[in-house]
Design a protein around this ligand. Structure first.
Ligand code: ATR
Length: 291
């Protein structure tokens, strides 16, 4: 059995807690990185009901689980069970990573850094204008991380109030941040002089929908979709046709995971190995997944 890690009495356990978790790509991705570095860790997924979250976190502590990822629907609620929360996670209001330091549980949020690093693999972000669709948990992490780096951030959300509140919370961070309703007119106005468009909503996930009319996409625009099922969403396919640079959501999954992996193990993993493992689990051929 090539590549199968030996699990012994000193193996440290890492895990994912969420619901559902059965289709998560995190276990294959992290175990591939663990094997490549020959570390004595294993990563498993636990499906945890909302009413059991406190007990699950106690379990991490009492079983000496080395670290965890936290996903839907627990990212916000988990904060109250932790001993410490990083400044980023506190400002974002959500935790996606727990590190168990000798019984002290510390919460972090690597989603924003994962998104920033995904962008930086394809483009510069400093001084750019970004149009961000969404104001939910993922969008909040991205907005927080980008504000202060970009010159202008326009946040467009179906529920206008959430976009306006998010923008207000990010004021004085160094960038011009504005929140508004997601409408074709606002999209048209904001995309005219934008450098980067990010879809941080769930629209396009397992569907053939896009929030952006095709005619608003043009060469020179970088289009990043955080949705990765399918890998090439309608938005990304339209963007490719229009000659945009495109970034798929698997980059964010891999790069947020790599940050968490570093926090747990002290090693920055091989992101190509993580991405290939995730692509294989998604059933996508390597050459389909480039860029
Ligand atoms: P996540 O943690 O993945 O970001 P979330 O917090 O539930 O999930 O946020 C989902 C985002 O997708 C929100 O910005 C949501 O818009 P609302 O705030 O108006 O709910 C957005 N979204 C979901 N379905 C949408 C749709 N059909 N059209 C437009 N936006 C949608």
């Amino acid at each position: 059995m090539e590549g199968l890690a030996i699990i012994d009495a000193s193996t440290r356990v890492l895990c994912l807690i969420g619901k559902p978790v059965r289709h998560s790509l995190s276990p294959v991705m992290h175990n591939a990185a663990i094997r490549a570095l020959n570390l004595n860790f294993v990563y498993v997924a636990f499906e945890v009901e909302p009413q059991d979250l406190g007990k699950a976190v106690e379990g991490i502590r009492s079983l000496g689980i080395g670290g965890a990822n936290v996903t839907m629907p627990h990212k916000i609620e988990v904060v109250k069970y932790l001993d410490e929360v990083s400044e980023d996670a506190r400002k974002i209001g959500a935790v996606n990573t727990i590190v168990n330091e000798g019984g002290t549980l510390k919460g972090y949020n690597t989603d924003g850094v994962g998104a920033l690093k995904s962008l930086e693999m394809f483009t510069d972000v400093d001084g750019k204008k970004v149009v961000l669709l969404g104001a939910g948990g993922a969008a909040r992490a991205i907005a927080y991380t980008l504000s202060g780096r970009v010159s202008e951030l326009a946040i467009l959300n179906r529920t206008e109030e959430k976009a306006v509140n998010l923008a207000r919370n990010l004021a004085n961070n160094g960038s011009t941040v504005r929140g508004m309703r997601l409408s074709v007119r606002n999209l048209e106005n904001e995309l005219r002089d934008a450098d980067i468009l990010i879809n941080a909503t769930s629209v396009g996930m397992e569907s053939n929908e896009s929030l952006v009319p095709e005619h608003l996409l043009r060469p020179g625009l970088v289009v990043f979709d955080i949705v990765y099922r399918p890998l090439h969403t309608k938005l990304l396919r339209d963007a490719m046709k229009a000659g945009c640079t495109t970034i798929d959501g698997l980059w964010m999954l891999v790069l947020q995971g790599a940050e968490s992996f570093k926090l747990w193990t002290g090693h920055y993993p091989d992101i190509r190995i993580m991405r290939n493992a995730a692509l294989k689990a998604l059933g996508v051929e390597e050459n389909e997944g480039k860029g």
